[in-house]
Design a protein around this ligand. Structure first.
Ligand SMILES: NC(=O)c1ccc[n+]([C@@H]2O[C@H](COP(=O)([O-])OP(=O)(O)OC[C@H]3O[C@@H](n4cnc5c(N)ncnc54)[C@H](O)[C@@H]3O)[C@@H](O)[C@H]2O)c1
Length: 315
């Protein structure tokens, strides 16, 4: 029998049982209704599709997009602005757990202070509403940027892992660092397990034709150690995060198993970051954003690569 998490204020951590199929048994009841914030966004659409395919009910919300069934998500889209706490409580009410993706998703899209303020407000609202409503799990989008991107100061070592933190260099990255700290405390207060996924640069199949354009210059994508992640693997990471038994607030790097380049990873590192040592042997094209912890904690196993979509020319 797996260890049962402590129950605080009536909130029981999610505890999967093999073979349950759709829905996670949490103590005496099944976790089937998942709220997804940012559902109309790049990651959100993939997450909603994946959850529906795996038999979950989804409450999809976003601040933008065609409301109701016109969004084409396979489930109605409810418009709500998550900077407003009351709207957050409304859209999370009735859910068993939340996949929280809604944020300004990168630096430079709004002014730097606005990115920090808006993301921090959204994340605090969602985490506090989850605690108020007694949700059973919060799985949310943190970011690889918390690890020191764009590595104008080289990483201390490679592969970069979860311990290479916190190194925010933008207000966007800082909003995620603050989010992780907020998650840690709200999890401790409420007993709800939180999982932050430090996502690498999300690619959809339609993004792969651009990949060969990166190969001529090793510096063109060194800003995240040549990392990326397929949107479908992002979706499965969130579902696995919901289903895995975890405690407290933990944060995991989620990247593809390979880099986006067609050259060996050690060769790229030696060329662009000659002073950075490898802490262990790595596979020829292995990611330099370590996903070992995600593999171990939630069973993350990326299945998609640009290699399945791009004809690689002979070198
Ligand atoms: N795209 C990437 O490469 C990447 C990498 C690392 C982390 N992330 C994180 O993953 C998450 C999803 O990213 P994405 O690429 O799908 O971005 P996206 O912009 O496509 O989706 C984010 C969604 O959040 C919504 N949103 C923004 N402000 C809102 C508000 N006030 N209320 C309600 N909804 C709001 C937007 O309308 C949008 O649809 C974000 O948290 C982002 O920071 C993305």
């Amino acid at each position: 029998m797996p260890v049962v998490g402590r129950i605080v204020g009536g909130v029981a951590p999610a505890r999967p049982r093999p073979g349950d199929g759709a829905g996670i048994i949490c103590e005496n009841r099944t976790m089937t209704m998942i709220a997804v914030t940012g559902a109309f966004g790049k990651a959100g659409r993939a997450v909603v599709t994946d959850l529906l395919e795996h038999g979950y009910d989804v409450a999809a919300t976003d601040v933008t997009g065609p409301p109701g069934s016109d969004a084409g998500l396979g489930v109605d889209l409810v418009l709500a602005d998550l900077t407003e706490y009351g709207q957050v409580v409304e859209v999370l009410a009735g859910a068993d757990a939340v996949v929280h993706l809604a944020n300004i998703p990168a630096p430079g899209r709004t002014t730097a202070p606005e990115t920090l303020n808006r993301n921090t407000t959204i994340n605090a609202n969602v985490f506090l509403a989850a605690a108020r409503l007694g949700l059973r799990k919060v799985v949310w989008a943190s970011s690889e940027t918390t690890l020191g991107l764009p590595f104008e100061t080289p990483p201390r070592y490679a592969p970069v892992d979860e311990a290479h933190f916190p190194v925010p260099t933008s207000t966007y990255a800082l909003s995620k660092v603050l989010g992780e700290e907020t998650a840690r405390h709200v999890s401790a207060w409420s007993g709800i397990p939180f999982l932050g996924l430090r996502l690498s640069n999300i690619h959809r199949p339609e993004d792969y034709p651009a990949v060969p354009g990166y190969w001529a210059d090793a510096r063109s994508r060194c800003w995240n150690l040549w990392g990326y992640v397929d949107a479908r693997d992002v979706a499965s990471a969130f579902r696995l995060g919901l289903e895995a038994y975890t405690e407290g607030s933990q944060n995991l790097i989620i990247a593809a198993a390979d880099t986006i380049m067609n050259r060996p990873s050690a060769e790229l590192l030696a060329e662009v970051f000659p002073g950075v040592s490898l802490t262990r042997e790595i596979g020829e094209f292995e990611t330099l954003l370590a996903i070992d912890a995600a593999r171990e904690l939630v069973g993350y196993s990326p299945e998609h690569s640009w290699r399945d979509h791009v004809e690689e020319p002979l070198r």
